[in-house]
Design a binder for this molecule. Structure first.
Ligand SMILES: [Zn+2]
Length: 103
């Protein structure tokens, strides 16, 4: 039996959650302003911009929350801030596939 793929599924999931959070943040940065600009030009109303801001902000907040509360695949505790390279609880390095409990 090999441990080389111990956490690979978990890291794939982490990457998915992180990319989704980045995509929502990018959408929040771009979509509301473009929607507001377009709708002011076409209808003279800012409302679609506010609606777009609310939707993308909700998505960004929710996906960031998922990212920062993501559970460590080794200890099951919250891994910690996305910029950290190691689990704040068990020190498992990010992207590490080869360190079972106790190493
Ligand atoms: Zn951990």
């Amino acid at each position: 039996m090999t441990n080389s793929q111990l956490y690979s599924q978990a890291w794939l999931n982490y990457r998915k959650v992180r990319n989704r959070a980045l995509a929502w943040l990018a959408a929040f940065a771009v979509v509301p302003l473009s929607a507001a600009y377009t709708s002011v030009r076409i209808m003279g109303s800012l409302l679609p911009g506010f609606v777009a801001a609310f939707i993308t902000m909700s998505g960004a907040v929710y996906s960031m929350w998922q990212l920062i509360t993501w559970a460590c695949p080794r200890c099951g505790e919250v891994f910690g801030a996305p910029v950290k390279r190691r689990c704040r609880n068990c020190s498992l390095a990010k992207w590490d596939n080869n360190s079972p409990e106790g190493t």
